[in-house]
Design a protein around this ligand. Structure first.
Ligand code: NAD
Ligand code: IPM
Ligand code: MN
Length: 356
């Protein structure tokens, strides 16, 4: 770890609760800088629903070029009811994931001590896995089209794009993670129905495992069964690798198991470093609670922790994670709606704990 290191961060608060929770993550990063000696500079980008409605711009090329030069991007959330679905999600979030080739979407599912989980009797020692979601292909690629739109003969196709190269690189990343954890990797897919894509995923997984990771135990679970096991017996899983859409769906379920979307963090990683990685909560803009001060900032703080770990500040990353864990235990004792305190109060307390 280099205490004198400096990092350029781009901050994309986005819509709804996005800016509210991102502000708390930044307080925690401030405290980590003071304690661990590294520094950051930050440029705030006004992107999302407000800018789109005012100017029609989603993600100008000039902004893309600037973002490509930073060390990491912290994003809050995008999407708002005033803008048709997909405009911001595809035009901003997915554009960044694809253009910066952030092919690993890392989503830990970890039940922290003291957090109420809806799964009766589940204890933290039985829920600690990382889900590696493929992040640049699959159903998200946008392949397909429509004919006779608006007529009763309308046809719509949405195809899943899977390349050997794309599957290979994310599967290898997941095997590497399994090797540094408990040496167990699970492939989640739907090979019993998706004969083309499932076959490519299964062969790639098996061939790479046999050839290069004989020390990592492999198993396979269909995605429907995964939804059952993730709730019933999450202790079956160490590292999980899956395609883009399955990964999207099972990580919301994982978030529920670990105590809610307000606690679930993610990193969109470009493991080669050719472009910046981007860190964001798994949750969206939560229009139902935006502006109320009820958004839990822990997911954003844990995402910033993933960011610091990737930038090479492991002690700072651990300090953010520990502070978030402590606040979750303390929450019960704090006053306020729903989660026990306001977004801001929690952010202040987390920063105080990070400061040490
Ligand atoms: P959502 O994640 O915004 O909200 C789902 C539920 O979780 C809501 O009840 C919300 O109040 C709750 N929730 C979310 N974050 C929370 C937090 N920090 N603390 C407490 N509760 C929280 O999903 P949605 O309602 O399906 O989508 C809303 C918008 O966000 C849509 O436009 C969608 O496309 C977008 N979205 C963006 C991202 C992203 O930017 N990464 C992710 C998911 C959804
Ligand atoms: C997520 C979100 C995004 C996704 C949307 C907003 C494009 O749900 O990050 O999980 O589907 O990947
Ligand atoms: Mn999602």
């Amino acid at each position: 770890m280099d205490a004198r290191a400096h990092y350029d961060l781009a901050i994309l608060g986005g819509d709804g609760v996005g800016p509210e929770v991102t502000a708390q993550a930044l307080k925690a990063v401030d405290a980590a800088e003071a304690r661990f000696g590294f520094t950051t500079s930050r440029v705030d980008y006004d992107l999302g629903g407000r800018r789109y409605l005012a100017t029609g711009e989603v993600l100008p090329d000039s902004v893309m070029a600037e973002l490509d030069d930073v060390d990491a991007i912290l994003l809050g959330a995008v999407g708002t009811p005033e803008v048709p679905p997909g405009v911001l999600e595809r035009g901003l979030l997915l554009k960044l994931r694809f253009a910066f080739d952030q092919y690993v979407n890392l989503r830990p599912v970890k039940l922290l001590p003291g957090v109420p989980t809806p799964v009766a009797g589940l204890t933290p020692d039985r829920c600690d896995m990382v889900i590696v979601r493929e992040n640049t292909e699959g159903m998200y690629a946008g392949a397909g089209g429509s004919l006779y739109r608006g007529t009763d003969a309308e046809v719509a196709t949405q195809e899943s794009v899977n390349t050997r190269r794309g599957v290979d690189r994310v599967v290898r990343d997941a095997f590497d993670r399994a090797r540094s954890r408990n040496r167990h990797l699970t492939l989640v897919h739907k090979t019993n129905v998706l004969n083309h894509a499932g076959d490519l995923w299964m062969r790639t997984f098996t061939e790479i495992g046999e050839a290069d990771y004989p020390d990592v135990a492999r198993d396979y679970v269909h995605v429907d069964a995964m939804c059952l096991y993730l709730v019933q017996s999450p202790d079956r899983f160490d590292v999980v690798v899956t395609d883009n859409l399955f990964g999207d769906i099972i990580t919301d379920l994982g978030a529920a198991v670990q105590g809610g979307l307000g606690l679930a963090a993610s990193g969109n990683l470009n493991p080669t470093g050719a472009h910046p990685s981007m860190f964001e909560p798994v949750h969206g803009s939560a229009p139902d609670i935006a502006g109320k001060g009820w958004a839990n900032p822990v997911a954003a703080v844990l995402s910033a922790s993933l960011c610091l770990a990737q930038l090479g500040q492991p002690d700072a990353a651990t300090a953010l994670e520990d502070a978030a864990a402590t606040v979750l235990v303390e929450m019960d004792a704090m006053a306020g709606p729903d989660m026990g305190a306001t977004t801001d109060q929690l952010g202040d307390r987390i920063a105080e704990l990070v400061a040490g």
